[in-house]
Design a protein around this ligand. Structure first.
Ligand SMILES: Cc1cc2nc3c(=O)[nH]c(=O)nc-3n(C[C@H](O)[C@H](O)[C@H](O)COP(=O)(O)O)c2cc1C
Length: 415
């Protein structure tokens, strides 16, 4: 199993090594980010602007009653700019999202639902009053630009470290060490064995997701996305290697999926599910302390079938992050696999450019396409797509560093 930490931290890890120690920058993310940008530019140059102006990407979309001005979604991306005592979003965070508000829908970086959910430094959270006030700056800024924004609710589970948790052991379904490197205020430290969650811990976490949903509504978000992907707490419950519980949250597929459905049931009591999205990464393998197991497909199939009863805003899926083409345990084409199974709006993500996004929408494999790294360097991504303009290249060394550099200083076309 790869000794890699949280997705965000993984990228942080590689980029900070590059940035601080000036050593060779090597990771799959390096390849996909750099490869992606070069590939995108060459494709953009070949496109015919007249033909592309009528692109389905720019058509409005009705998301369960919420009017999106186009089908371009900004994927959730941790940016670690909340280097303040309360870890709250600031005017700088608001500026960053406002700059990108021409997307049909923005999904925020993962925001922690409680103190034990924390897995890296300087991430804006959503469990205190001050943090809610911070997010209000963001939602107001985005709405003033006519944009729509959902908050991604996040608990990292075992992908954390006592240094980030006031000395406490991270919580997880089972007492195991994910063998990851966790980014703390003092740099990277090896992960530790997690503490197995009691039933009380689980109930508290479900409650905290509900409270975070309430907080998100108070902060003025248009909706929320439950982060059940990328090897974090909820994903840890789904997986046979990370969940060895014998109680009603472990063992059978139904039991391992239960925590997510309990969270959705709870949230259903306080807000309309039509404003709730769920993110899954069913083919995540050899990353984030996560390995595919013999029931990874079945457990995700079961979850998706159950999601149908909630009339959710959307299901947000990612195509495989690593090469699983020879792995019989993986779903190779995630959007295709789940398109007919899920009855609502499907968002697909990972490594899309304008051409591929257009194709996936025209082929009706998804309704919306989420773009991650292209949005970091191109605040006006939609406009650039529209006029087939060249793209700015993202700089991974500033993905997680404090301040405006590499955050709000990427130029638009007009600049
Ligand atoms: C800097 C960075 C931070 C990320 N943080 C998150 C996060 O907080 N939550 C999440 O679900 N995914 C996160 N991701 C994954 C992205 O949402 C997306 O799945 C990934 O970048 C692939 O999309 P892309 O090929 O368009 O970049 C992050 C990715 C990057 C590059």
């Amino acid at each position: 199993m790869a000794s890699i930490s949280a997705l965000n931290v993984l990228i942080f890890h590689t980029s900070s090594k590059y940035f601080y120690k000036n050593i060779h920058f090597r990771s799959i993310f390096y390849h996909y980010i750099v490869g992606f940008t070069e590939e995108l530019q060459s494709k953009q140059n070949q496109l015919n602007p007249n033909k592309m102006n009528k692109n389905i990407l720019f058509e409005p979309y009705n998301l369960n009653g919420l009017e999106l001005k186009n089908r371009v979604v900004m994927a959730p991306m941790t940016r670690c700019r909340s280097d303040n005592a309360e870890t709250k979003a600031t005017a700088l965070t608001a500026l960053y999202y406002r700059q990108r508000a021409s997307a049909g829908l923005l999904i925020t970086e993962g925001t922690y639902v409680n103190r034990m959910a924390v897995g890296s430094i300087n991430v804006p959270a959503i469990y205190t009053k001050a943090q809610v006030e911070g997010w209000k700056l963001v939602t107001t800024a985005v709405h003033n630009e006519g944009g729509k924004i959902f908050a991604q609710l996040w608990h990292v589970g075992r992908l954390s470290h006592p240094d980030l948790l006031d000395g406490k052991q991270p919580l997880a379904p089972t007492a195991l060490n994910p063998l990851a490197d966790i980014f703390t205020a003092e740099g990277f430290k090896p992960s530790v064995e997690a503490k197995e969650m009691t039933l009380e811990d689980i109930q508290q976490t479900i409650h905290d997701f509900k409270q975070a949903a309430i907080n998100a509504m108070e902060a003025g978000f248009d909706g929320i996305e439950i982060h059940a992907a990328n090897g974090y707490l909820l994903h840890q419950f789904f997986n046979l290697y990370s969940n060895k519980r014998q109680d009603k949250y472990g063992g059978s597929i139904e039991n391992r999926a239960r925590i997510l459905l309990d969270i959705l049931d709870e949230i259903n009591g306080v807000m309309d599910s039509k404003r709730v999205g769920v993110r899954l990464n069913p083919s995540l393998h050899d990353m984030q302390g996560m390995m595919l197991d013999g029931e990874s497909v079945e457990v995700h199939d079961y979850i998706v079938s159950k999601l149908n009863k909630y009339n959710l805003a959307y299901l947000h899926l990612t195509e495989p992050f690593t090469d699983v083409s020879k792995n019989p345990l993986a779903i190779q084409q995630v959007a295709k696999h789940y398109r007919s199974m899920f009855k609502g709006t499907l968002i697909i993500n990972r490594k899309f450019d304008k051409e591929l996004a257009t194709q996936v929408l025209n082929d009706n494999e998804a309704d919306l396409v989420a773009f991650g790294s292209p949005f970091i360097a191109n605040p006006d991504l939609v406009e650039r797509f529209r006029v087939n303009a060249p793209m700015n290249t993202p700089d991974p060394s500033t993905y997680y560093t404090p301040g405006a550099k590499g955050y709000t200083d990427y130029p638009t076309l007009h600049e």
